[in-house]
Write a protein that binds this ligand. Sequence first.
Ligand code: GDP
Ligand code: IMO
Ligand code: MG
Length: 434
Amino acid sequence: MFADGARCVAVVGAQWGDEGKGKLIDVLAEQATIVARYQGGANAGHTVRVGEAEFILHLIPSGALYPDVRCLLGNGVVVDPWTFLEERDELVGRGLDLDGRLGISGRAHLVMPYHKMLDAALETGRGGKAIGTTGRGIGPAYRDKAARTGLRVADLSDPERCARVVERCAEAANATLARQQVPERVDPEQVLAALGEIGEQILALRTDVGGEIRAALRGGGRVLLEGAQGALLDVDHGTYPYVTSSSTTAGGAATGAGIGPTAIDEVLGVVKAYTTRVGNGPLPTELEGREAERLRELGGEFGATTGRPRRPGWFDGPVVRYAAGVNGLTALAITKLDVLDSFETLKLATDYELDGRRLTGFPELASDLERVTPVYETLPGWGTSTAACRRLEDLPEAARRYLRRIEEVAATPIRYVSVGSARDQTIRVAAARA
Ligand code: GDP
Ligand code: IMO
Ligand code: MG
């Protein structure tokens, strides 16, 4: 399923996350040597369906379902070691053989229990301006990383350093908790004891992720760089401050995996055939009422990590066009086309207007994005199931027309179309169209 000649493919979300990256990566992983996560942490929820079995992966890369794929966490990931081990054990309990297949960069930062406490406390403190985080401690962990007060996987080999860092962080966290009037406190001894229990297990997985990727590529192997979240949640390019705290876009794939940008030869943007967002922040094409409920029910749009209902909307062209630019997308993978099967007509936003003027760029301010009016086109639906379609020619003409409009509006060719969550419900679009 790899595009011709591609060896190292970054697979990134091109909207607000939950585009179906897990499914796409699983499909592509059949031919991969390595699948590596490069950013984010257990805030991700990537669903992979194999037959009747469904797996929701939070930290372990979505290549895990193929027995020969090595699954790595790059330096850009923030690893909650307890969640990681729990997830590993659960997958092993479900019959996966992960022995010798997992590796974590020694440079990856650890998400500590106090990061999660701070995540919750800071959210409460934001009141009506809460981001709606997943509560996985992501923001506070990246804050420690940037402030140079974080703890990394490699530090687990130095108990004295761990003690110093944890004591300092606990003190700072307790001051914040007190300020936020949260009654709980961090007990550094307890944290260190818990860390002591799992340190060796994590250290046993320590590896040079960038080095492994480079060696695999030199040896003719194929590598997938698995993005989490999406472009509009990127800390630089997203709808700040309603974003996550990492670089979700393709540039982050190089930095976060420990390779150079020149090693990546394809950037595949995963795009839902409509739009969803979970958490707070602007969503210009958002639907309300019965239409929203219909799309949410048909698409099963409930968060894979938190179970929260996702906010659905029509396809947002300016978002995907912008995501194509900031990622340098070479192709699109359109997912969940089947969810639109029963709609009589579909709306697709091609542009935004703000204060009566057509915008040429994408607004920097969340407050401006809140105020834009999408310019919609209405396209006919196809009113028939696409779930059994396996080639582009099998799709109804109206569905192909809808896809063509997406390609035009996003100015990027479509390489895959997904018409269901199963592996075989994937259409590979001939490269000649690209
Ligand atoms: P990710 O975070 O980008 O990996 O996406 P999620 O796993 O959070 O959400 C995508 C959901 O859509 C999952 O439940 C998938 O099983 C499901 N899914 C993926 N592709 C398709 C598709 O083409 N059609 C349908 N109906 N469901 C899909
Ligand atoms: P996958 O990889 C959708 C959202 C949260 C919140 C914001 C910040 O499954 O696509 P955080 O916990 O990261 O500090 O929350 O980002 N968010 C996601 N939304 N899919 C995800 O991951 C997300 N991970 C975080 O809802 O709005
Ligand atoms: Mg998800």
